[in-house]
Design a protein around this ligand. Structure first.
Ligand code: SAM
Length: 498
């Protein structure tokens, strides 16, 4: 049983976010507004974390040069690509159902080709082609530049597969095509892969070892986004705080770097500063932070630059030291509290969100109570909460029995969700009466007379449109709230405007 509840402001769920999974956009068919007049049509559907949605933009960019325009109409597609997620069993089951549907369409449109991309492609590799025979092409997350060759293979009637994981690939030289964009907020990938080896997690096996992208290419992308009118970017990676550029190569090989490479290396706080300085009027966010890698200099950099948003997504997964150890999370409960205290001391109005897993193997009632008491200490703004789902090949699957019964997992997850709901409501109410800067992202879904935007803390705010425009930075007085949305009225432009 896999259950997740996302206590995100409703509007945020429309677009957002981060490496974390956003239910409302799962399976979105991504397409570009302006067509290039290419002959063939690509229908690309994305599942899972924000990295996948961002990768789909890279894939669309590569294929636009190969004669493909994106479409949202499945019935006009010549090529269907599904960018997949393996993080929990349910994610894979959803994709399988979709693949069955695409296979059925093939009967009516025999020339249609179907390819599977991303984490499931990497995890199941040739199995898709040989045993299951449900797709024509299997492409892992580091092989997208090989797509032109692979497509030629399938055009000539052969199945194609490339699941080689790379030591270097960061797609730094591919300018992503922005799909389904609001024109205001965008994601910029800064790292790929993950070295953390959390025992529950499939990511190190599907996305390979961690490597960082050249800061020059990151700044170039950010500048380009600003020139195109974007006002906010989120720096993306499985573990952004671990960012380290020393001329290219795997993070784990840094100890083999030359003296010169070490001396000129760029870590995450330096990168954050470079980005903040490159575009001082652009809002900057980042995600995800792993507590074990988040250093004080990052928090100080956030405090120093007004354009870096006061919001940190800081997954903890459990409040029990014993479970944290079994998960190979390389910090204790006390160290996590110390980090939280430092954040609150240095940035008093910083919002913090969490990821939590209920029912990890061997979790006792006492461990679960530790999770609830940790939540009481932090009082997160919101969270992403999951029941543990055993993933093939992970360390937990190999070493530990999935021994917490489903009904207990479910009950513990419900208790975690209920507590988070209570804290989210307390946190959002604390904004009432305050005047906060909101960046307008678009019309409110519920009312065409209202704008929707987000505060620096990432809380969704809705207010009457008056003369303001999409992309404006507006000061909004917060008058009321629902459990996840602030309701207010504009009192003028922010000093950031103009
Ligand atoms: N890199 C981030 C970190 O280390 O905190 C998280 C990456 S993961 C893509 C997103 C979230 O999915 C995790 O933080 C975790 O809460 C959840 N997750 C990962 N593996 C899981 C599993 N096997 N069962 C349930 N939830 C899982």
């Amino acid at each position: 049983m896999d259950k997740a509840l996302y206590l995100q402001p409703a509007f945020m769920m429309e677009k957002y976010m981060e490496k974390t999974i956003d239910e409302s956009i799962q399976g979105s068919a991504l397409s570009l507004d302006g067509k290039n007049g290419n002959a063939r049509k690509l229908y690309i559907e994305s599942y899972g974390c924000q990295m996948n949605f961002s990768d789909s933009e890279i894939v669309a960019s590569i294929l636009s040069k190969e004669g493909f325009d994106t479409t949202q109409q499945l019935n006009e597609a010549d090529l269907v690509l599904v960018n997949t997620c393996s993080i929990r069993e349910k994610a894979e089951l959803t994709v399988r159902k979709r693949l069955e549907k695409f296979n059925a369409i093939k009967k009516e449109r025999p020339h249609l080709k179907v390819g599977v991309l991303g984490c499931m492609a990497e995890r199941l590799k040739h199995k898709f082609l040989e045993e299951e025979k449900i797709v024509d092409m299997v492409v892992g997350p580091d092989a997208y530049k090989d797509l032109p060759n692979l497509i030629q293979e399938i055009d000539e009637g052969r199945n194609a597969v490339n699941v080689i994981l790379s030591k270097e690939e960061t797609y730094g030289d591919v300018a992503p095509v922005r799909l389904n964009t609001n024109g205001i907020t965008a994601f910029v990938s800064i790292t790929r892969g993950c070295d953390n080896m959390c025992t529950f997690c499939v990511v190190p096996f599907t996305r390979g070892r961690e490597r960082s992208r050249d800061p020059q290419s990151i700044i170039q992308e950010v500048n380009d986004l600003w020139d195109k009118g974007f006002k906010e970017i989120t720096l993306l990676g499985q573990n952004v705080d671990s960012y380290l550029w020393y001329g290219g190569g795997l993070k784990k090989d840094f100890d083999k770097a030359s003296e010169m490479e070490r001396a000129t290396a760029v870590n995450f706080s330096k990168l954050l500063e470079k980005v903040a300085l490159a575009q001082p009027k652009m809002r900057i966010r980042f995600s995800t932070s792993n507590p074990q890698d988040m250093t004080l200099d990052v928090i100080h950099t956030m405090a120093k630059y007004e354009n870096i948003c006061n919001y940190i997504h800081l997954p903890v997964q459990s409040g029990s030291d014993r479970i944290l150890k079994a998960m190979n999370r390389l910090h204790t409960r006390a160290e996590y509290f110390e980090l939280i205290d430092n954040i609150k001391r240095i940035i008093p109005d910083c919002a913090i969100s969490q990821d939590m897993i209920a029912g990890f193997p061997t979790e006792t009632e006492e461990d679960h109570q530790d999770t609830l008491s940790l939540m009481e200490y932090v009082k997160y703004e919101y969270g992403f909460m999951f029941a543990y789902s055993e993933r093939p090949g992970t360390l937990a699957e190999r070493k530990l029995e999935d021994d917490v019964p489903d009904d207990i997992k479910k009950r513990r997850l419900t208790e975690i969700i209920d507590l988070q709901r209570q804290h989210s409501f307390e946190r959002i109410q604390a904004n009432l009466g305050k005047v906060q800067e909101v960046l307008i992202e678009g019309s409110s879904k519920r009312s065409d007379d209202h704008w929707m935007g987000r505060t620096s803390q990432n809380t969704v705010a809705v207010f009457p449109k008056e003369h303001y425009q999409v992309g404006d930075f507006v000061m909004v007085e917060m008058e009321d709230c629902t459990s996840a949305t602030l309701l207010g009225k504009a009192v003028g432009y922010s000093k950031n405007q103009g």
